[in-house]
Design a protein around this ligand. Sequence first.
Ligand SMILES: *[C@@H]1O[C@H](CO)[C@@H](O)[C@H](O)[C@H]1NC(C)=O
Ligand SMILES: *[C@@H]1O[C@H](CO)[C@@H](O)[C@H](O)[C@H]1NC(C)=O
Ligand SMILES: *[C@@H]1O[C@H](CO)[C@@H](O)[C@H](O)[C@H]1NC(C)=O
Ligand SMILES: *[C@@H]1O[C@H](CO)[C@@H](O)[C@H](O)[C@H]1NC(C)=O
Ligand SMILES: *[C@@H]1O[C@H](CO)[C@@H](O)[C@H](O)[C@H]1NC(C)=O
Ligand SMILES: *[C@@H]1O[C@H](CO)[C@@H](O)[C@H](O)[C@H]1NC(C)=O
Ligand SMILES: *[C@@H]1O[C@H](CO)[C@@H](O)[C@H](O)[C@H]1NC(C)=O
Ligand SMILES: *[C@@H]1O[C@H](CO)[C@@H](O)[C@H](O)[C@H]1NC(C)=O
Ligand SMILES: *[C@@H]1O[C@H](CO)[C@@H](O)[C@H](O)[C@H]1NC(C)=O
Ligand SMILES: CC(=O)N[C@H]1CO[C@H](CO)[C@@H](O)[C@@H]1O
Ligand SMILES: [Zn+2]
Ligand SMILES: [Zn+2]
Length: 625
Amino acid sequence: MSSKIVSGLLLFGFAQIQSVVGCGDAPGHVHSLRARQPPPTIPPSRPLEWGDINIIQTTDTHGWLLGHQKTSFPEPNYSADLGDFASFVTHMKEIALEKDVDILLVDSGDLHDGTGLSDGFPPGGVDGRESNEFLKQLPYDVMAIGNHELYIYNITRDMHENFAPALKGRYLSSNVNITITDEGNNTRDVPVGSRFAKFKTRKGRSVTALGVMFEFTGNDHDTTVQKVADMVEEPWFLEAIRDEPDIFLLAGHMPVARDKWPVVFDAIRAVHPTTPILIAGGHSHIRDCLQLDGRSISLQSGRYMETIGWMSAKLNVDKTKNITFSRRYLDANRVTYEFHTKKKNATFDTPRGLAIRQGLEDLVKKFNLDFLYGTAPQDYKVSGAPYPSNGSILSLFAEQAVPVALAINNTRADIPSYLIIQGGSLRYDIFAGPFTKNDQLTASPFTNAFVFIAGVPLRVAMEVLPILNGDAPAPAGVNKRRANDDDLYARGEVESMYRAWLEDMYRNHLEEMLRARSVAEDQNQNQNLTLGYVTQDACPGIGDDIPHTPLQVFPLPDVISSQPPKVATNDSLIDFVFSDFIQPDVLDALNAVQKDRVFTNGDVESYSPFLFKDVLGLFAQEVWN
Ligand SMILES: *[C@@H]1O[C@H](CO)[C@@H](O)[C@H](O)[C@H]1NC(C)=O
Ligand SMILES: *[C@@H]1O[C@H](CO)[C@@H](O)[C@H](O)[C@H]1NC(C)=O
Ligand SMILES: *[C@@H]1O[C@H](CO)[C@@H](O)[C@H](O)[C@H]1NC(C)=O
Ligand SMILES: *[C@@H]1O[C@H](CO)[C@@H](O)[C@H](O)[C@H]1NC(C)=O
Ligand SMILES: *[C@@H]1O[C@H](CO)[C@@H](O)[C@H](O)[C@H]1NC(C)=O
Ligand SMILES: *[C@@H]1O[C@H](CO)[C@@H](O)[C@H](O)[C@H]1NC(C)=O
Ligand SMILES: *[C@@H]1O[C@H](CO)[C@@H](O)[C@H](O)[C@H]1NC(C)=O
Ligand SMILES: *[C@@H]1O[C@H](CO)[C@@H](O)[C@H](O)[C@H]1NC(C)=O
Ligand SMILES: *[C@@H]1O[C@H](CO)[C@@H](O)[C@H](O)[C@H]1NC(C)=O
Ligand SMILES: CC(=O)N[C@H]1CO[C@H](CO)[C@@H](O)[C@@H]1O
Ligand SMILES: [Zn+2]
Ligand SMILES: [Zn+2]
């Protein structure tokens, strides 16, 4: 099949492929890619490759400390909790002892914002303070600060005062400061954790470690993120890297590709041309690996406790030779953990692991996270279903949930309304089954408000959406307020990068299927594969611990809408409801599409006391109960 045809097919959208892969056994009979029987649990088959120094990496855990508990695939593949992980680490350390090699545990940041365990704290609390107590119980050698530790000053201060001390100098924030008021009421600017750490491994190897943040600009007042190029010129940095260690360990909240790691790498290489450099990156939520030279490796281990990263290095003495590295992306579940530690279910749990799980379950009770709003009848996906559709959480939210939730205690409920909100309003899928407070916080935690303008002709309101989505040309005068990609990236937006990674993965899969000489060949290769990530990185060999077939992924619009109300004519006046997040864009667009009236902030009123984060719970109580 020529590549022209392949790309032509892809242009029609991913769903089209189902009618292309005919099976040949009956006319008109086609295989659905998703209709295969789920295969039985497949454990990994390849043991890990151990080296002289071995690193287990977590990153972007975002509160997912109880793992993924839903039964829809591939969630069970990520079902291990932090207690299981603690047991895994204990056993891996025992194996390292038997092999007489070094093993280090590293985290690359973003401990906040993701589930009820971090975000479901009662009023007066601080996000992540209680969930972080469990991370403190793991034997991390190095942890680096993430941007989600910097959006709210109180969180940063909590990390500085309560978290960093537990790491005893190994919570690293090389280019991130906090401004604090000390006992003498003096304002001081200090690193949130430590700028660097120097320590020796069990085998006596010297390590110089850094914790570098990408050039984040969305941080709160009284926190500072220094540019990476400025950091590497600081006297403290040059002093810290002057003496040659056995390895440099560069942990940091920065993707391993297409960001500023080469700046740090080059600064070290200028002084130490051959010293092994191990980079543990993060932030863009993908699995990735590359080598900046033959004596260095950079690993990034996904997100949300789905992936545990492994890298190892055989540290040869010959400094002119390349180092043999290995890397592996482990799916975070007990089957994986037991396979690699040669344990059985009955011998796997450690007392500390069990205590951590119990503690997390107690926290669920304390935060009332298992409060049941209702039962979801099916899965609703963020990018795993087309928008608009039955299976789209965006459709569910804008077309069903918001109208139900905002009708509650609303004096304007009887006035026809039309709603638009940002497509990024939903953070995670909803799965069939119990829908709890934890699920609500996971899917939709945002505190945006609903506002409205009364008396807008429906026709005018409906012209706004295509303009904001870029589907209609923006009329002259519409201020292109929406930030460019670089600005969004600097402010911490990563969802689009993660989704682009999924899209690449799925596109590669389709192209492979079309290349396969026959459907039989494809099925033979793929029928036993479970759904999950299919990583194609720049390191040698295969990185995924278990081969998977990728999830289908669909594009998302920037702005989504409710169904238009049933009114007499398109000129009927309605309540135009929207999110305060997009208010400036909405006003610009309204003033561009008509000239009868000038819309200003003064026309915008509060529509409901409920915020985005309240909607799904209210809806589930009404409709799924
Ligand atoms: C931050 O903490 C202080 C006291 O510890 C509290 O008074 C303040 O309300 C908190 N701010 C936020 C935004 O939570
Ligand atoms: C600390 O300084 C602030 C302003 O700099 C002042 O308002 C406050 O009264 C001082 N507090 C004490 C205890 O001196
Ligand atoms: C961070 O704080 C230190 C003092 O602890 C100060 O020397 C340094 O200039 C600060 N860095 C930035 C980028 O503000
Ligand atoms: C060493 O690694 C570098 C970078 O990965 C590669 O370009 C080079 O060919 C390797 N050299 C040998 C001798 O394998
Ligand atoms: C593993 O063991 C625990 C008790 O330690 C038990 O509750 C659980 O059902 C077992 N799981 C399997 C898959 O056998
Ligand atoms: C959409 O929902 C309707 C009603 O609940 C159902 O009949 C239909 O089969 C669903 N369609 C899909 C594609 O799931
Ligand atoms: C609606 O208003 C009533 C009466 O003020 C109140 O009791 C109820 O809690 C409100 N409903 C919600 C969902 O807030
Ligand atoms: C798939 O599974 C079947 C039976 O479980 C086995 O015979 C076959 O070799 C497997 N195919 C591949 C490609 O692993
Ligand atoms: C309203 O506008 C839409 C799209 O412009 C059109 O399809 C529809 O027929 C109009 N409806 C009425 C009642 O004018
Ligand atoms: C360990 C585990 O739970 N593996 C599951 C991963 O997901 C597939 C389906 O995609 C299941 O069959 C496995 O049991
Ligand atoms: Zn993150
Ligand atoms: Zn991040």
